[in-house]
Ligand binder design. Structure first.
Ligand code: PEP
Length: 235
């Protein structure tokens, strides 16, 4: 199983910047053995025609219904039509999303044969109060589907976009909690991953990948992280 590197562009990037990024990635991809998933805004999806084998396109959200009167929403089948194969679900920036909704979306994604990346993570207050494991366990029980293939992303809310990362020990403990709730083996980490801290993060045992926000917007910064992963895992 290849190491998974997911780029979450959030509401950033134009269609031309996406084409430029994918072009650069395609040029390098024959030297990359990791699995790369780029999640641009929906507007860039039609531009993802030419992709190397190890590069996939992911969405940052979906609706759990196939169609209907849901203004502003997009279904898994619509995303599939645009060659999307992964969907990030339950990201903490998508406020007001309940655990139940995240589970429904995950199940709809699996039903359409796409791969959900389901986020879990505690907020700063719970982290300070030592409630991390309890929160993660609760989220796993209520967000994760009962069948199908999926990846779980541990994304402590206090680490996203802040430059702070949990200790490797904390991430390892959380991975254990997640694995005790599900037989799925793939757990990735997200939250201020950068070219400066990736070498240390790769010492985390049982880590199957990383989810990268701001450091994925610039190709050179992103590619530095990819190169470090390749040096650590694939050579
Ligand atoms: C994210 O958006 O999931 C994320 C981890 O962002 P950042 O890397 O900027 O903290």
């Amino acid at each position: 199983m290849s190491f998974l590197i997911v780029a979450n562009w959030k509401m950033n990037g134009t269609r031309s910047s996406f084409v430029d990024f994918i072009g650069k990635l395609n040029n390098k991809s024959n030297r990359i053995t990791s699995k790369l998933v780029i999640c641009p805004p929906f507007t860039s999806f039609p531009d993802s025609i030419e992709l190397s084998n190890n590069v996939s396109i992911g969405a940052q959200n979906c609706h759990h219904k196939k169609s209907g009167s849901y203004t502003g929403e997009i279904s898994v089948e619509m995303l599939k039509e645009l060659r999307c194969t992964y969907i990030i679900l339950g990201h903490s920036e998508r406020i007001n999303e309940t655990d139940g909704k995240i589970k429904l979306k995950s199940e709809a994604t699996i039903e359409s044969s796409l791969h959900p990346i389901i986020c879990v993570g505690e907020n700063a207050e719970d982290y300070k109060r030592g409630k991390t494991q309890e929160v993660i366990e609760y989220q796993c029980k209520n967000r994760l589907p009962t069948h199908g293939e999926y990846t779980v992303a541990y994304e402590p809310i206090w680490a996203i976009g802040t430059g702070h990362v949990p200790s490797n020990d904390t991430v390892e403990e959380v991975i254990e909690v997640i694995k005790s709730c599900t037989d799925k083996k793939d757990v990735i980490y997200g939250g201020s991953v950068s070219s400066e801290n990736i070498e240390n993060l790769l010492n985390i045992s049982n880590l199957s990948g990383v989810l990268i926000g701001s450091a994925s917007l610039d190709f050179d910064r992103f590619y530095k992280i990819v190169q470090q992963v390749e040096r650590t895992y694939q050579l």
